[in-house]
Design a protein around this ligand. Structure first.
Ligand SMILES: CC(C)(COP(=O)(O)OP(=O)(O)OC[C@H]1O[C@@H](n2cnc3c(N)ncnc32)[C@H](O)[C@@H]1OP(=O)(O)O)[C@@H](O)C(=O)NCCC(=O)NCCS
Length: 171
C-alpha cells in the first residue's frame, strides 16, 4: 500500500539553541556531542512530522565539524526529510553558528541521519513518499539512493554487489 506523498518542505524543523557554559569543552567551544544531541532531536522531529508516527534513529552518517561554535553564540539547525523509502527516512541537516553581538552567521556542518517509523508493537511501518520541489530538494532526493546503499553496506545490511546505483558511479 502506497501512502499519499508529502512535500519535503512540510517536514522542515528549525531549531535554535544558545551555547551556555555547560555545553562547552575546555576551549569554550560547543562540544561535538552536545551538537549531535540537538541534531538528533531536530532530525527526529522532522521525520515524525513527515510520517506522523514515532521514529527511532537507525544511523548517522559521518559528520565533519567545519568551524567551532563559540560560548555565547547561537546554534541554528535545519532538518528536513530528503527522501523516504519503505519504513525509513533520510533526514538532511544544516547547522550554522551565529554571533548575536557582531551579527554574523557561519557554517558549522551538514549531515544525514536515517530514522525508521515504528508501529505500536515496535515494528517498522510504511512511511509516505517525499515530493521534492526545489532544486536543492531534487538534488538531495536523487543522491539519497546511493547514500542509502553506502550506509547499508557499512552497516552490514547490504552486499556491495547488490548496490546497483552506487556501482553505476564507478563504471
Ligand atoms: C532501526 C531498526 C528499527 C531497524 O530494524 P530492523 O530489524 O533492522 O528492520 P529492517 O531490517 O526491516 O529494516 C527496517 C528499515 O531500517 C533500515 N535500516 C536498518 N538498519 C539501518 C542502518 N544501519 N542505516 C540505515 N537504515 C537502516 C532498513 O533499510 C529498512 O528501511 P526500509 O524499510 O525503508 O527499506 C532497529 O535496528 C532498531 O530498533 N534499532 C535501535 C534504534 C534506536 O534505539 N535508536 C536510538 C539510538 S540508541
Amino acid at each position: 500500500m502506497t501512502l499519499t506523498p508529502k512535500r519535503a518542505q512540510e517536514s522542515l524543523i528549525q531549531m535554535t539553541e544558545l551555547v551556555l557554559p555547560n555545553d562547552t569543552n575546555v576551549y569554550t567551544n560547543l562540544m561535538g556531542g552536545r551538537l549531535m544531541y540537538w541534531m538528533d532531536i531536530a532530525a527526529a522531529l522532522a521525520s515524525m512530522k513527515h510520517c506522523a508516527a514515532p521514529t527511532v534513529t537507525a544511523s548517522v552518517d559521518n559528520i565533519s565539524f567545519e568551524n567551532p561554535i563559540r560560548l555565547g553564540n547561537a546554534v541554528h539547525i535545519e532538518a528536513k526529510v530528503s527522501r523516504a523509502f519503505n519504513s525509513s527516512m533520510e533526514v538532511h541537516l544544516k547547522v550554522w553558528g551565529e554571533d548575536p553581538v557582531q551579527q554574523y552567521r557561519y557554517k558549522s556542518n551538514e549531515a544525514f541521519m536515517t530514522f525508521v517509523a515504528l508501529d505500536p508493537n515496535g515494528n517498522p511501518r510504511p512511511v509516505p513518499p517525499i515530493i521534492a520541489e526545489t532544486e536543492e530538494e531534487k538534488s538531495l532526493y536523487e543522491g539519497a539512493l546511493r547514500r542509502r546503499q553506502l550506509r547499508l553496506i557499512l552497516g552490514g545490511k547490504m552486499k556491495p554487489q547488490d548496490a546497483e546505483e552506487l556501482k553505476a558511479l564507478f563504471v
